[in-house]
Write a protein that binds this ligand. Structure first.
Ligand code: HEC
Length: 106
């Protein structure tokens, strides 16, 4: 019984470590909400679209590249996902703020 508890404690410990939650700054949270990004993206988890941490792990974009991809996504970059809807109406300054924040994620 003790051993079992130890295993549970270990597993719980490891999973909290690997699921460290990304804190979204309030200003960015507002922009993500306004521009509907959160309907399809979570910073840490795969939803409809890839987690932002995974985007940075795999692609290492510069902010300007992300701004371009918001207006004109390239679904070939993400096999296995549905294509992202192009969002050409996101104001450029807002897209850049979001993009700069995404590039800080690990
Ligand atoms: C309707 C769902 C949906 C919405 C809304 C959405 N995305 Fe996506 N996003 C996706 C999917 C699905 C993918 C992966 C397939 C693709 O890139 O087309 C993706 C991919 C991405 C990528 C990776 C692009 C690449 O080519 O590597 C970034 C960055 C991104 N989204 C940011 C955003 C931001 C920022 C917003 C809000 C302005 C947003 N997305 C809104 C579904 C969405």
């Amino acid at each position: 019984m003790k051993k079992l508890l130890l295993v549970f404690a270990l597993v719980a410990g490891i999973s909290t470590l690997s699921h460290a939650q990304t804190k979204i700054p309030p200003k960015i949270q507002k922009l993500l909400q306004k521009n509907t990004c959160l309907a399809c993206h979570n910073p840490d988890k795969k939803l409809v679209g890839p987690a932002y941490v995974d985007v940075m792990k795999q692609k290492k974009y510069k902010p300007e590249e992300i701004v371009a991809l918001i207006a004109k996504p390239n679904p070939k970059n993400w096999p296995g996902y549905p294509p992202m809807a192009a969002l050409p109406n996101v104001p450029k300054d807002e897209a850049l703020e979001i993009a700069k924040w995404i590039t800080t994620l690990k």
